[in-house]
Design a binder for this molecule. Structure first.
Ligand code: NJP
Length: 236
């Protein structure tokens, strides 16, 4: 069977890297996207090593030219896009009175505008194909809030709302929209390094990539709209 083609944003490390490797291991051709060329090159090399089909695209997904570049290069190289994983994301955690306007814009631009821009370009391509799947890595804080989380939670609520509305728009074109809501995952996201003792019971990136694979591989007549996933020890 011809490989399906997946775009994974934020694939230079953490959850996105694991999703890219897992999809490549399961016969997807993958386009890995992030800003850091060097880290992206390492992921590309890892996928080549396992015999996968991969291109890496250096782009800032919060810019319109970045998202058009990503989908344009994927269409040129692979001729189609079956799966978009909106994974790239950032966070700033502080009391609302200490958040600057530029911090607000930066987080909203990556988490919300980036998801919108990539999804828009992917939907245009998927509509022509009559099929496709968009999976967004949102957060459990798309559905709850916490102190110092006003900016991050606002961005994840908005990202989720965008995806939920998009789901209603694109079902008629054969396009599925799924959202994953992770709890704590042991990555670089929290400012430290993966593997620290304090995070030993957190989810691992591979836990999320297994969930994404499960969602992506659902039969044609099935869609997993939402998947909430937590470390067993994390209260929700
Ligand atoms: O984070 P990290 P995670 N354009 O920091 C990329 C959500 N989440 O894997 O551009 C393009 O290790 C960045 O690459 P680079 C979270 O909100 C996490 O944990 O080279 N790419 C890197 O590859 C996010 O949506 C937890 O710097 C951009 C990647 O994004 C997703 O999971 C909990 C970019 C970030 O890797 C992945 O986060 C939760 C841009 N403008 C939700 N800006 C958690 N870890 O606990 C960043 O509920 N990237």
């Amino acid at each position: 069977m011809k490989n399906k083609v997946a775009i994974i944003t934020g694939a230079s490390r953490g959850i996105g890297r694991s999703i890219a490797l897992n999809l490549a291991n399961n016969n997807y051709s993958v386009a890995v996207v992030a800003r850091s060329a060097e880290e992206l090159g390492q992921v590309e090399a890892e996928i080549n090593k396992i015999g996968g089909s991969v291109i890496s695209i250096v782009a800032d997904i919060s810019e319109e030219c970045g998202s058009t570049k990503v989908v344009g290069e994927v269409m040129n190289h692979f001729g189609r896009v079956d799966l978009l994983v909106n994974n790239a994301g950032i966070g700033t955690f502080k009391p609302a009175t200490e958040i600057t306007a530029s911090e607000w814009e930066k987080v909203m631009n990556v988490n919300v505008k980036g998801t919108f821009l990539l999804s828009k370009e992917a939907v245009i391509a998927m509509k022509k194909q009559g099929s496709g799947h968009i999976i967004t890595i949102a957060s459990d804080v798309s559905k709850r809030t916490f102190e110092t989380g006003s900016l991050y939670c606002a961005s994840k609520y908005a990202q989720d709302a965008f995806c939920t509305a998009l789901r209603k728009e694109v079902r008629q074109f054969g396009i599925k929209v799924s959202v994953v809501y992770p709890g704590l995952v042991d990555t670089y996201f929290h400012g430290g390094f993966p593997g620290e003792e304090a995070n030993k019971n957190w989810l691992k990136p591979d836990d999320i990539s297994e969930a994404v694979l499960y969602i992506a591989q659902a039969p044609k007549h099935v869609v997993i709209d939402e998947l909430m996933i937590h470390p067993f020890e994390q209260e929700y």
